[in-house]
Design a protein around this ligand. Structure first.
Ligand SMILES: [Zn+2]
Length: 184
């Protein structure tokens, strides 16, 4: 099922996701629906909050994106990211390098808005997969950026929060115009 993607202004986007304690058939269905919703919107990532669920689950797929390279390592060895796509990350924990990369970013909850955002150059990720197994990897490039962006969503954080103060002030109107009112 394709869900409508909630836009900036919906309070659930600011809610921290609850950890997933059991990978039930409902969680499998949710992951399937999130993948379908992400693909339909031509996104590379989607967090549960964006379809109205404050839960620690996100999906990522960088397949086919040639102009922005993704890098991935498992156990310190280089792997081909496409072989691990699509990714469903449950309760992900990440730690990033101090060295940063500035690169373009957008978000399905902010249609049409793009900004250069500073992110860790490389991240180490620990998550559960749908089969209940632990999954650990490192990521850089587009995949590294996507993981950090989605992990933020799971904690109620949005990419505009990373905009430098001056830029956020300058673009305040542009951002405000995207704000969508949702009935209580
Ligand atoms: Zn986003």
């Amino acid at each position: 099922m394709i869900y409508p993607i909630l836009r900036y202004g919906h309070p659930v986007l600011r809610r921290k996701g609850a950890p997933i304690l059991a990978i039930t058939p409902e969680i499998h269905q949710l992951a399937k629906d999130m993948l379908e919703t992400m693909r339909n919107a031509h996104g590379v990532g989607l967090a549960a909050q964006q379809i109205g669920q404050a839960l620690q689950i996100c999906v990522i797929d960088v397949t086919g994106i040639k102009d922005r390279e993704s890098k991935m390592w498992i156990g310190g060895k280089v792997v081909v990211p496409e072989e691990y796509m699509p990714m469903v990350l449950i309760n992900p924990e990440i730690s990033g390098t101090k060295s940063k990369d500035i690169g373009p970013e957008g978000c399905l909850s902010f249609p049409g808005l793009a900004a250069d955002i500073s992110r860790s150059q490389r991240v180490r990720v620990k998550a559960k997969m749908l089969d209940g197994k632990d999954f650990e990897f490192e990521a850089a490039g587009l995949l590294g950026r996507a993981v950090q962006h989605e992990h933020d969503h799971l904690h109620g954080k949005l990419f505009i929060d990373h905009m430098p103060q001056a830029e956020r002030r300058e673009r305040r109107q542009e951002i405000e115009d995207l704000k969508t009112e949702y009935p209580e």
